[in-house]
Design a protein around this ligand. Structure first.
Ligand SMILES: [Zn+2]
Length: 305
């Protein structure tokens, strides 16, 4: 089928109370692994492309392969821009048929965030494209997005922001962070805050920085010489609670990167003279696929397509 909007996918998730994964891609290998997992689990999918991915692979290449994937798939797939920071980048994704964009002006003062977000909403909605915005600030680093401070989303501000901008989905800061090193102490999310925001805001809520950094992956990586030391992700129980409190879109990037690396490194360790890229990239894809399947089961989106 053709690409669907993210709004369509998240509205069903909201109605039936489950979460949908937004999985980041930079190339064909990740896309194929994610779509295979979605097909096997009969789950809707959000494919996310960051400005960094656009720089690496080119927005035309990425949008075309995702359109082909959607055309051949039996599950609904949305193509989403993750952390749109630059007006011209956002316009480039709209020209290339993305069905959803995120405008991230969360590092700007409130009024400026409202102004920039509203501008994108006006243009994107005229084209039938979903818009996600962010209020509050996440710690950590992801591509071009970086922050050394965490500012949790204020529920009253969230209500006002959604009314003033007309966005379709809102990313909230409730204790997660970008990257593989999310928590120094106890790994906990502010679930009460999610509940309060959900009470006041009628649109689907989004959790960024939600990778779990699974122990079987870090253990596997250690065996092949990649020691991530203090890396710590969001525990599965916290993700479940967050979905129970009203989170509908869960962003996963780090876990896929770690999974792919494990597949490739393990394959290369076991087959040191192999130079056929289809062999070691294929091994990376296998683990990405397994990880996406386990996320789909955790988020509750299996058999919802
Ligand atoms: Zn993010």
């Amino acid at each position: 089928m053709a690409l669907v909007t993210m709004k369509e996918i998240l509205e069903d998730a909201d109605k039936r109370g489950y979460g949908v994964g937004a999985f980041n891609i930079n190339n064909l290998e990740f896309l194929k692994a994610i779509v295979q997992a979605g097909e096997e689990e009969k789950s809707p999918l959000i494919i996310a492309v960051s400005e960094g991915a656009m720089k690496y692979a080119g927005v035309e290449y990425l949008s075309e392969i995702v359109k082909i994937a959607a055309k051949n798939a039996s599950i609904p797939i949305a193509l989403h821009l993750d952390h749109g920071k630059h007006f011209e980048k956002i316009m480039a994704t709209l020209r290339n048929g993305f069905t959803s964009v995120m405008i991230d002006a969360s590092d700007k003062p409130y009024e400026e965030n409202v102004k920039l977000t509203s501008e994108i909403v006006k243009i994107a909605h005229a084209m039938g494209v979903t818009v996600e915005a962010e209020l509050g600030r996440l710690l950590g680093k992801e591509d071009e997005v970086q922050s050394d401070v965490a500012i949790y989303t204020d529920p009253q501000d969230a209500k006002r922001f959604v009314e003033e901008t007309g966005v379709d989905a809102l990313a909230v800061a409730v204790g997660t962070s970008h990257g593989a090193y999310k928590f120094k102490g106890e790994a906990k999310l502010d679930i009460e805050r999610i509940k309060k925001i959900k009470e006041l805001v009628s649109i689907p809520l989004v959790l960024h920085g939600a990778s779990g950094v699974p122990a079987h992956i870090t253990k596997g990586l250690k065996e092949v010489g990649v020691d991530l030391k203090s890396a710590k992700g969001v525990p599965e129980e916290e993700i479940k609670k967050a979905i129970g409190a009203g989170i509908r879109k869960i962003n996963i990037d780090t876990d896929l990167r770690l999974s792919f690396l494990l597949g490739v490194r393990r394959y290369m360790a076991e087959n040191p003279t192999t130079f056929d890229p289809r062999k070691y990239l294929g091994a990376g894809m296998e683990i990405v696929k397994d990880t996406v399947k386990s996320k789909i089961q955790l988020f509750g989106s299996a058999n919802k397509a």
